[in-house]
Design a protein around this ligand. Structure first.
Ligand SMILES: Cc1cc2nc3c(=O)[nH]c(=O)nc-3n(C[C@H](O)[C@H](O)[C@H](O)COP(=O)(O)OP(=O)(O)OC[C@H]3O[C@@H](n4cnc5c(N)ncnc54)[C@H](O)[C@@H]3O)c2cc1C
Length: 456
């Protein structure tokens, strides 16, 4: 067991300077040197029972093993280990909240190992050295699989099925494959060249993409079903949660994804301008989660006059709540790089009505709420505090309240597709809104189920 964790501290800050990075859409993280990363990998204790691998990482990444390889400077070996479980480590190493780090044993008393950055360095070494190759099948089969949706779930399933020999075609309504990796997550978290680089490899491996094609509109799902042996629906969660309070019809109130997608399209040149701009505006983001945080970062980059993010839930504790003891993912306050760039954050506010002038939103009436907490500190129920209503002024309101989980029947109805044994669901379409890493795991599992079904 290495004792380096007693001598080496975790590197605290990994971002470019806030004043500089907020002026561009390039990735916010500054690269670390190989020496720094080898030292950070040496902090791994190589625990007898690695909770990071067994409980934290949904992919079951072999974390202590690749940490040890990196500690020794064996990047090629580290890559073999990482790629044995992970489909797209270049995505997860940029956007994953790093569930593994939440269950790192060192987190009990010290800062956890910097697993996410080590993963990123491994995959970037692999790309630089051309170790990332298309996963070709040993034998091409006659059977065809159609996948609807080119997000991380659909792409992960496509890789596995193609490797098993099936003829795979992915239908995607957008111009570029990638799903929310491409059109939701801002470039400052995930550069789109990273997505394009992977798509090229998938194409080289034989996976076909039919983009700009919405299944259920441009081509019927029933028609496609007749042309394949199995079909996988990986359409994500297309319906955002709305805030149906008085004044919702006012101009200047938009769903977060519309705002974020517009900026991503403008950055890539797919659109000449953004449909919703925060420039010079007082921006209010309703919803305190990660999508809301992405809106904060994007609004600041667009030149917002001010940015505020409000949330109905209480402010989480600064450190791990007793309700989520190690090795669980800690319930605690998280401050993103976007928050650091400038944002007022407020909690325990319930939105009651939008107010406006000349048809445009000018503010949101909010009322404070008080939460009752469980003995372990988890919020349980709330009551409004009457008589303390206030109006928060805003010219642009972004609704970042999550997405609705649709059941299988509704999902298939939307595609005008009948339920059938050869139709499978994966990713957010199956689980409800989740994480990139979970979508990848789910896509891999769906591919295994399809393979079993077609091999029966
Ligand atoms: C703004 C935002 C930021 C996020 N940030 C993070 C993050 O930092 N880290 C993280 O882990 N998770 C993040 N998430 C969650 C993560 O992006 C999703 O959980 C993940 O992308 C789900 O993958 P998926 O493949 O199931 O669906 P999606 O990524 O939604 O992909 C579904 C694809 O299906 C296509 N499609 C839908 N209907 C049709 C149709 N009828 N015909 C053809 N194509 C269709 C869509 O265009 C889309 O490309 C974020 C989500 C959002 C909204």
């Amino acid at each position: 067991m290495s004792r380096d964790f007693m001598k080496i501290e975790r590197i605290g800050h990994v971002y470019r300077n806030a004043g500089e990075r907020v002026r561009d859409f390039r990735e916010v993280e500054a690269p670390l040197t190989d020496k720094q990363l080898c030292d950070q990998a040496a902090r791994c204790m190589g625990c007898g029972i690695p909770f990071c691998h067994g409980i934290g990482c949904p992919l079951g990444n072999l974390i202590p093993d690749f940490n040890e390889a990196v500690r020794q400077g064996q990047w090629r070996q580290a890559w073999e280990l990482l790629s044995s479980t992970s489909s797209f480590p270049e995505f997860t190493s940029r956007v994953c909240p790093a569930l593994c780090e939440g269950s790192c044993t060192e987190g009990l008393n010290l800062e956890p190992v910097m697993i996410r950055q080590i993963e990123k360095a491994i995959v970037e070494h692999a790309f630089e050295n051309s170790w990332v190759k298309p996963a070709m099948p040993e034998k091409r089969l006659k059977r065809k699989v159609i996948i609807v949706g080119a997000g991380p779930a659909g792409l992960a399933a496509a890789v596995q099925l193609n490797k098993a020999g099936y003829q795979v075609t992915v239908y995607e309504k957008n111009h570029f494959p990638g799903g929310l990796l491409r059109y939701g997550i801002p470039d400052f978290k995930l550069d789109k060249a990273v997505v394009e680089r992977r798509i090229r490899i998938l194409e080289e491996s034989g996976i076909r993409f039919e983009t700009d094609t919405e299944v259920g509109r441009d081509v019927s799902a029933g028609y496609l079903r007749g042309r394949c042996d199995a079909m996988l629906i990986a359409c994500g969660t297309p319906v955002p949660r709305d805030l149906k309070i008085p004044g919702r019809e006012l101009e200047g109130i938009h769903f977060a994804l519309e705002f974020l997608q517009g900026q991503n399209r403008a950055n890539s040149g797919e659109a000449s301008s953004v449909p919703v701009s925060a420039k010079g505006k007082r921006v209010l983001v309703i919803g305190g989660g990660d999508t809301g945080s992405d809106c904060v970062g994007t609004a600041n980059r667009q030149g917002a006059r001010s940015v505020m993010q409000i949330e109905i839930m209480p402010r989480p504790p600064e450190t791990r709540s007793p309700s989520t003891p190690w090795p669980y993912w800690p319930y605690q306050l998280r401050t993103s790089s976007s928050h650091e760039e400038g944002c007022v954050r407020r909690w325990e506010l319930q939105s009651k009505a939008f107010s406006g002038a000349d048809g445009r939103v000018r503010g949101v009436e909010v009322i404070p709420v008080r939460w009752t907490l469980s003995p372990s500190g988890r919020p349980q129920k709330f009551e409004e505090l009457p008589g303390q209503t206030e109006t928060i002024e805003a010219d642009l309101v972004l609704l970042a309240l999550g997405f609705l989980k649709l059941d299988r029947k509704t999902m298939l109805e939307r595609l005008k597709l009948e339920d059938a044994p050869e139709v499978f669901l994966a990713g957010d379409s199956a689980t409800g809104p989740s994480l990139v890493v979970r979508a990848i795991v789910d896509g891999r599992k769906a591919a295994a189920q399809i393979d079993r079904y077609l091999s029966r």
